[in-house]
Design a protein. Structure first.
Length: 141
């Protein structure tokens, strides 16, 4: 075997484990976040921008979507499309984060700085989703 082949195999194996772990952590985080929509419904209804209709229904729909897509990203055959679904869902819920940042007086239990810092964290979350689930074919952990 040529020198370096074994090292390349170890590198690929390490990356496969890392991507798999990142995908599993992502999926479990979304399942937990989705369940939180049902445990703390009033909070999620309260952060909805007033221009959106049917706040309670949207909270439930987004909660179901987070649980379903979070679970789906854990399934090898569904991980890639579920990742793209999580990208769409993350973008869809962004108006609530922007609303909170623009109206910190409505959310006195959070500092205005924390509300603004959530916005770049959304970008980091999108990068995590893309890197672990969308960027390449799904990986078995």
């Amino acid at each position: 075997m040529p020198p370096g082949v074994e090292a390349a195999r170890r590198d690929v194996a390490w990356r496969e484990r890392w991507w798999g772990a990142a995908r599993w952590l992502l999926g479990l985080a979304f399942v937990g976040a989705g369940l939180n929509h049902f445990l703390h419904t009033a909070f999620y209804v309260g952060i909805m921008p007033p221009w959106l209709p049917a706040h309670l229904a949207l909270v439930w729909i987004s909660g179901v979507a987070e649980v379903a897509l979070g679970a789906a990203v854990l399934v090898h055959a569904w991980a890639r499309w579920a990742g793209w679904g999580l990208v769409a869902l993350t973008l869809a819920v962004s108006p609530a984060n922007v609303h909170m940042a623009l109206h910190p007086e409505l959310f006195p239990r959070f500092s205005p700085v924390a509300l603004w810092l959530r916005l770049p964290l959304q970008l980091a979350l999108l990068a995590w989703i893309f890197w672990s689930a969308c960027r390449r074919p799904a990986i078995r952990p």
